[in-house]
Design a binder for this molecule. Structure first.
Ligand code: PSU
Ligand code: MN
Length: 299
């Protein structure tokens, strides 16, 4: 049901560390060209540099991949179809040509393929308009159900972060702060909200995730603040977010299209600064995920 390139299938059968990656972030739905390709290269290299194997998830020619072969990467980069967990079965049955995965789809694939660790930029969450629209990303539910460790720089800052944390609590997802008690806000290191637990090493995270597995529970969220030198100014990014949300609301965009449109509007409002920040945090998350994967494989 799930295909893997040689590198990923050998790593999985030898129980070597593997880190799954979603692909919406590497398509133009997540990042503009050529930043999307740079992000892909930087994340894959960061994982390999620490002795782990990256497994890119996507749907290509109706097949589900955990470890897209290199010769198919271009089709991922240029893909414009976003696949959430619920879309996977339709995409295979209807033999979709190309689909890039969200966090939810990627976690479903990773769990099925036996991959324990996953990295992204920022997860989806509860939208600020959720009281009227009911828009809550399927990412949250997938993290709760799938037994995979998710490494991210918090949830994207244009979401309702307090409600996102409440949802995670309700659905019993442990939120771990990487060397901090502050929940990060994607472009900035501190949202003003607190996480349940602070962790200070990859081994500690690996042990927590191992216990989750042993108890037959779901995933955990490791929240890693953006590196200090890449952090954006909180006031200007919050102004850019407010402006972007207002613009997207005016355009009457809804559902799965909201996130790509808001990301593009923030890029315009910050004159590209948000893109550089996104690349830096995605790469950093990939390397921390790789460190945890290495520790998990050794336990
Ligand atoms: N993080 C990013 N860029 C992105 C996304 C996350 O830095 O493009 C994508 C992820 O694929 C995430 C998705 O799963 O947005 C959430 O979309 P939605 O809000 O429609 O569930
Ligand atoms: Mn949504």
């Amino acid at each position: 049901m799930i295909d893997s390139n040689d590198e990923v299938s050998s790593a999985l059968s030898a129980l070597k560390p593997v880190v799954a990656l979603e692909t919406t972030i590497f398509s133009n739905l997540g990042l503009p060209s050529p930043a999307n390709e740079q992000a892909l290269d930087r994340c894959m290299s960061a994982i390999r540099a620490l002795g782990a194997v990256p497994a890119l998830t996507a749907v290509i020619d109706g097949r589900i991949w955990a470890g897209v072969p290199t010769e198919l990467h271009q089709r991922v980069l240029s893909c414009g179809v976003k696949i959430a967990e619920r879309d996977l079965s339709v995409a295979t049955a209807q033999e979709l040509a190309e689909g890039v995965t969200t966090v939810s789809a990627s976690l479903a694939i990773a769990e099925r393929a036996g991959i324990k660790t996953f990295a992204t930029g920022g997860i989806g969450g509860v939208h600020r308009s959720s009281a009227e629209t009911g828009d809550i990303s399927a990412d949250l539910n997938a993290i709760a159900r799938r037994n995979v460790l998710v490494v991210s720089a918090g949830a994207k800052a244009f979401l309702d972060l307090p409600r996102t944390l409440e949802f995670l609590e309700t659905h019993s997802v442990p939120v771990l702060g990487w060397k901090t008690y502050d929940f990060p806000a994607f472009y900035t290191r501190n949202s003003g909200l607190r996480v349940g637990h602070r962790v200070d090493s990859a081994l500690e995270v690996a042990k927590i995730h191992q216990s989750r597995r042993a108890l037959g529970q779901g995933g955990s969220l490791l929240a890693v603040p953006i590196p200090e030198d890449a952090e954006l100014d909180a006031q200007s990014i919050n102004a850019a977010i407010a402006e972007s949300l207002a613009r997207v609301e005016q355009q009457k965009i809804s559902g799965a299209q909201i996130t790509p449109h808001v990301l593009a509007a923030i890029e315009t409002a910050t004159e590209g600064q948000s893109v550089a920040a996104n690349l830096a945090l995605a790469e950093n998350n990939a390397s921390i995920a790789a460190r945890v994967a290495v520790e998990l494989a050794a336990l």
